[in-house]
Design a protein around this ligand. Structure first.
Ligand code: SAM
Ligand code: SF4
Ligand code: SF4
Length: 371
């Protein structure tokens, strides 16, 4: 049955941000209402994708009638860079480009070059990364590295070609993604992370083959719990394979020891192979919420700022960018927005269960604000 088609412009509801009356100058540390600093910005550069992963952009919703954003609505590279520079003055030191599929955005390396020139208030370059499905990586890796990209994260849900083709739902062969990972490695875009979303009953049998393939290669494999993001993927708790079970299955064949988090606010819990074969990570957003130190903001393709992956509305910064607001006013506007933040959906889900209230505002889609 075909599901109701919801244009992205309706999903991404937003409050129009006006230049605030009270100035919030940048001090390099911006805290929200739960004392969480803003350090990490994810920027979506397109709402389009060449895959149709059922947990993200199911075919029956994202079909030929689906209305994507028109090009004129997208932030230009100059607008994105201006915002990124302002975010850096507030303490953002890590930027991840995402989507949709970010490598579908034309000339992305030009944006990377502009972002790579930004410095933190301490004079350091930003940590600049990109999450991709890997389909175009073999072609793009060298240019991205030359433009100043530091690292890539590649999403890969299995090694078995039949499983992979059915999960991306466009019959895309796994060999091309593996070639993309090799190209990223050769270009020096490491350490490479490979993210696998685990769906019970769909690709759980791929966990151990993935471990065997990437152990000892320097690639950090991370297992992500299937999440109830957006409103279109038909999420069910019984399809979530808890990370604890993933770790237990791997440890049976390869004993593991827990590692300390490498940075505050890190989403993954890290484990080392006891025999020195490297490390893995698990991202347990369903079974072990990590909202207490969530320092991430998300900027949508057309300039809406989202304070949580599970938000139903964003703060529209584009009128400020395209109006006559100066940098100080935009700095204050972002300061106000973050200072008002109290989002902690995953913690509340753990207390109350998933938000299944049909009357609740519709949550934004992952393909629209990125992972
Ligand atoms: N297209 C790129 C990709 O797939 O890497 C970037 C955008 S994608 C939305 C970012 C990440 O979100 C991917 O690693 C993807 O696996 C993950 N993701 C999407 N839907 C998810 C869900 N329902 N649960 C967990 N992770 C999800
Ligand atoms: Fe596309 Fe990434 Fe979503 Fe898959 S997870 S549909 S590759 S945006
Ligand atoms: Fe951050 Fe929201 Fe995820 Fe909690 S649910 S970790 S606040 S994005």
């Amino acid at each position: 049955m075909k599901k109701h088609v919801v244009p992205v412009s309706e999903i991404g509801r937003a409050r129009r941000v006006a230049a605030p009356e009270r100035a919030v100058p940048a001090t390099g540390v911006l805290l929200d209402r739960l004392s969480r600093p803003l350090t990490d910005l994810r920027i979506s550069v397109t709402d389009r994708c060449n895959f149709r992963c059922s947990y993200c952009m199911p075919k029956e919703v994202f079909d030929k009638d689906y209305q994507y954003l028109p090009h004129s609505a997208l932030l230009s590279f100059e607008e994105i860079t201006r915002l990124a520079r302002i975010f850096a003055t507030h303490g953002v030191h890590k930027i991840r480009l995402t989507g949709g599929e970010p490598l579908l955005r034309k000339n992305l390396e030009v944006l990377v070059e502009q972002l790579a020139a930004i410095r933190t208030p301490q004079g350091a370059p930003l940590d600049l990364t990109l999450t991709t499905n890997g389909s175009l990586l073999a072609r793009k890796a060298e240019a991205l590295k030359a433009a100043g990209l530091n690292r890539v994260t590649v999403s890969l849900d299995g090694l078995d070609d039949t499983v992979f083709r059915s999960m991306n739902d466009v019959d895309f062969p796994v060999a091309q993604v593996l070639a993309g990972i090799d190209a990223a490695h050769a270009a020096g875009l490491g350490p490479i992370k490979v993210n696998m979303v685990v769906k019970r009953g769909t690709n759980e049998q791929e966990i151990l083959p993935m471990v065997r393939r990437f152990r000892g290669t320097g690639v950090v494999l991370r297992f992500i719990e299937y999440m109830d993001v957006g409103a279109t993927n038909g999420w069910r708790m019984d399809e979530v394979l808890p990370s604890a079970e993933v770790v237990a299955r791997i440890a049976e064949e390869f004993p593991l020891a827990p590692l300390e988090a490498s940075a505050p606010g890190e989403t993954a819990q890290r484990w080392a192979y006891r025999d020195g074969g490297g490390e893995i990570g698990v991202i347990s957003s369903v079974t072990q919420a990590f909202c207490h130190d969530c320092s991430r903001a998300r900027l949508s393709t057309e300039g809406k700022l989202y304070l949580c992956l599970f938000a139903s509305s964003g703060h529209d910064l584009r009128p400020l960018l395209r109006g006559d607001a100066d940098d100080a006013q935009i700095t204050s506007a972002i300061g106000h927005i973050w200072q008002g933040r109290s989002d902690r959906y995953s913690e509340l889900r753990a207390l109350r269960g998933p938000d299944t209230d049909a009357a609740a505002p519709r949550r934004v889609e992952m393909s629209y604000i990125g992972g």
